[in-house]
Design a protein around this ligand. Structure first.
Ligand code: ACO
Ligand code: ZN
Length: 162
């Protein structure tokens, strides 16, 4: 049985290992724990038969809008999302992202944004489907020199409307 639910402290070790298996951008376990402690409403896992197979973690930031250059707003930053290869294309990425976007609204965020490798078609397609648009390119954003797209979308006032 598959379920998407809020992450708990007990999930963090499995989240760290999913991150290692899926992405070259890895972080110390303390970084995951810190984000989970500060922003629990935007940290979700996907669990199948008791095993964590995917996660999303985010941070709420205050800064310039990515959609309207004049305003300073609260915005939700998708720091990392991944689903194990054997469980992709089953809708879990979408479910994780939807849940995290609702959590961002609960924290009062007006927009969501993220960086993604320009070569990462699966992720870019997922984000486009979820209403994100490419807003700009960050040159050599990644340690290996690849560029990132910054993608952003507006958030509705009510979590239930995502
Ligand atoms: N090729 C083209 N489009 C794709 C692909 C693909 N391989 N995978 C997903 N999509 C698009 C499709 O439009 C898909 O809808 P469809 O299946 O109805 O056609 C839509 O995204 C939703 O797919 P999901 O099944 O919900 O997504 P999935 O569970 O497969 O997870 C994810 C997507 C998280 C990007 C997964 O591929 C993954 O873990 N990749 C490796 C880690 C990664 O790149 N993470 C993002 C880094 S950027 C960041 O974290 C901010
Ligand atoms: Zn980022």
């Amino acid at each position: 049985m598959a379920v998407v639910r809020r992450a708990t402290d007990a999930d963090i070790n499995q989240v760290v290992s999913v991150n290692y298996r899926c992405l070259p951008e890895n972080y110390a376990p303390s970084f995951f724990r810190d984000l989970h402690q500060r922003f629990p409403n935007t940290f979700y896992v996907c669990e199948i038969d008791g095993r964590v197979v995917g996660y999303i973690m985010c941070r709420i930031e205050f800064g310039r809008s990515d959609l309207n250059n004049f305003s300073l707003i609260r915005k939700g930053h998708v720091v990392s999302i991944a689903v194990l290869p054997e469980h992709r294309r089953k809708g879990f990425g979408t479910a994780l992202l939807k849940a995290a976007l609702s959590g961002m609204v609960e924290y009062g965020a007006k927009e969501a944004f993220l960086e993604v490798r320009v070569s990462n078609t699966p992720a870019i397609e997922l984000y486009k489907k979820m209403g994100f648009e490419i807003k700009r390119v960050e040159r050599r954003y990644y340690v290996d020199g690849e560029d990132a797209y910054v993608m952003a979308r507006k958030l509705p006032p009510e979590p239930s409307s995502i």
